[in-house]
Design a protein around this ligand. Structure first.
Ligand code: LLP
Length: 413
């Protein structure tokens, strides 16, 4: 459920009509809803209310300062994949004791920074990383708490580019090598083993791959404990999908139930790293029509002022996003199959093909839904297009989170 809906025929973000936002802030503009963000965090958190758990929001999904600040105030920690993300999280008020550091290629300066901040945990993804972490921690006279990220060789059944837990993927250590590496870690200076981490992919719409992966992790924890390792935490990653189309992924409570069935008696603090589930449906990208043109056989192209540089998901993952005009329309009459495209000079700059839309004209507003996650964070200035503006709506208040980049600012780089 989100808080973008039609009221009196006009699309609103909470209490604010989107045309008022366009008039004040221009387009393309990312619009986030505070009520949606809050609700999603609370629903996910609530699914684990009877377990010792922490929610370390995956900062990569949307790293905006105000969003991190608000999630931190709700009790979120952070899952970070760079020193930059750790810095952002701390600046937004998230306590380092609630920060995990993931990623296959942590650099020495990033590791040193994480150690100095005394973060909750390093999720180590290789033997060389373990050795580097040990040497840096020891040289600082510190102890780094670690999990190994274990690749369980489970296919998440999601898009190929966002599946991370199969044998051929670059992530984590091999399942069969885990015991050896935990034994090695236990002998190294500056390292304290506390956890096992797993993350098999993003936008999962089925619980079975999670269940398979978590069952393998449970077996591993039993083996590790038999070998004398004190496993007090489990990091179960993120990945639960959101509804982009009409198909409905499992609810957080169904996911929570499955986690309890598999791991309820494991005696560990459970750490979750959701990103998309928290922010995905809390954002839309508002855009304006530049032209409607017809080409061969009456094919209609709606050319809008947002493009693949603002939102790359459809181009990169063939991702489906709902696209709706700001003015409510009757789906049963006067609609035509329309391709919604951006102005960038690439054939792949397409947001949706053959969508049933009413006839639209220049300056009409159109919203691409479910853009709160992996939207603005993946934007770039390809084709010398300035980065879009971002605003947060909280009730009837509109707060500018990032003002639109000016061409001068862009050219100055
Ligand atoms: N934890 C780790 C270690 C991750 O790599 C990720 C996402 C997450 C948590 C959060 O996953 P989520 O709950 O958001 O599914 N740009 C792509 C998604 C990339 C996901 C990368 N890792 C997209 O737009 O679909």
């Amino acid at each position: 459920m989100d808080h973008f809906s039609y009221k009196n025929g006009t699309l609103h973000a909470e209490a604010v009509p989107v045309d008022a936002i366009a008039a004040e802030h221009g387009t393309p503009t990312y619009i986030y809803s505070n009520a949606t963000l809050t609700r999603h965090f609370q629903v996910f958190d609530g699914a684990f209310s009877d377990l010792d758990h922490a929610i370390c929001y995956a900062v990569k999904a949307n790293d905006n300062h105000e969003i991190l600040k608000r999630l931190g105030a709700l009790g979120a920690g952070a899952d970070c994949v760079s020193a930059g993300e750790i810095m952002r999280s701390i600046k937004a008020g998230i306590d380092p004791s609630n920060i995990v550091f993931s990623g296959v290629g942590k650099q020495p300066w990033e590791i040193e920074y994480g150690i100095k901040q005394n973060i909750m945990q390093f999720n180590v993804e290789s033997e060389p990383e373990l050795e580097l972490l040990s040497s840096i921690a020891a040289s600082l006279g510190a102890t780094a708490k670690i999990a190994f990220r274990v690749n369980p060789d489970v296919d998440a059944g999601t898009h190929d580019k966002i599946a991370t837990g199969r044998q051929g993927d670059k992530f984590g250590i091999a399942y069969d090598d885990a015991l050896r590496l935990y034994n090695k870690a236990a002998t190294l200076d500056g390292i304290e083993v506390q956890s096992v981490a797993v993350h098999i992919g993003s936008q999962l719409t089925n619980l079975e791959p999670f269940r398979q992966a978590f069952t393998k992790i449970k077996d591993l924890v039993i083996q590790l404990r038999e070998a004398g390792h004190n496993i007090t935490h489990l990091d179960l990653g993120g990945g639960l999908g959101i509804p982009y189309k009409k198909d409905i992924p499992p609810s957080p409570s169904a996911y929570g139930q499955m986690v309890k069935e598999v791991l309820g008696d494991i005696g560990c603090k459970l750490v979750f790293e959701p990103g998309r589930l928290i922010v995905g449906n809390a954002g839309i990208l508002l855009s304006k029509v530049i032209f409607l043109k017809e080409t061969y056989h009456g094919r209609k192209f709606l050319i809008i002022d947002a493009a693949m540089n603002d939102l790359i998901r459809p181009t990169l993952y063939d991702a489906y996003h709902d696209i709706v005009p700001s003015v409510e329309f009757d789906h049963t009459t006067d609609v035509f199959p329309t391709d919604i495209v951006g102005p960038v000079c690439e054939t792949g700059d397409v947001f949706g093909k053959d969508r049933e839309l009413p006839t639209m004209k220049a300056d009409d507003l159109i919203a691409i839904r479910s853009c709160g996650a992996y939207g603005s964070v993946m934007a770039c200035s390809y084709n010398t297009r300035p980065l879009p503006a971002e605003v947060l709506v909280d009730g009837d208040e509109v707060i500018v989170l990032r003002k639109r980049q000016s061409l001068d600012e862009l050219l100055a780089r």
